[in-house]
Write a protein that binds this ligand. Structure first.
Ligand code: ZN
Length: 163
């Protein structure tokens, strides 16, 4: 089983590369990511979180597993809602993140089939969180300046633990 990469590992800040070929290696990666997500009681995981800078996410917010390769948010709508989020790559850190309440996401599934999904509420939030990871964006980037200064010492702590 793969271990989850934690902040401040530089792979979390890199813009991930599109997946050009859904080969054996990618299918294995999907399996490993799914195991890691369920193993850590997560609701979603992005490939950079297992150290692979690839545009690939797995999501299960209680409605079953969705695998999305090269996912893109093509539409955001609904009111912005704020909710506290955590991240497997930022242990013990919680940040209030404001996001649109509905999104339309498209990408490929593990069979290479084009899929388009409409998501609301928690599922919409998880998609946005995971796709953020593919662009090197973390929940701490969504924090207000007040919250960010409160988080500073904790983030330093994570940096030390990792080195
Ligand atoms: Zn995360």
């Amino acid at each position: 089983m793969r271990t989850i990469v934690t902040y401040p590992d530089p792979v979390l800040r890199r813009k991930a590369e599109p997946v050009s070929d859904i080969n054996e290696e990618i299918l294995e990666l999907i399996e490993d990511m799914t195991d890691a997500m369920y193993g850590d009681d997560g609701v979603g995981l992005a490939a950079p979180q297992v150290g692979e800078s690839k545009r690939l996410i797995v999501v299960d917010a209680g409605e079953g597993l969705t695998v999305l390769i090269n996912p893109e948010i093509i539409q955001k709508s609904g009111e912005e809602a704020s909710l506290e989020e955590g991240c497997l790559s930022l242990p013990d850190i919680r940040v209030d993140v404001s996001r649109p309440s509905s999104v339309v996401v498209h990408g490929l599934n593990e069979k290479g089939k084009k899929i388009e999904l409409e998501a609301e509420g928690l599922l919409a939030r998880v998609f946005q969180h995971e796709i953020d990871h593919l662009n090197g964006v973390l929940i701490i980037d969504h924090a207000s300046s007040v919250q960010r200064s409160l988080l500073k010492s904790r983030l330093r702590g994570l940096g030390k633990a990792a080195s």
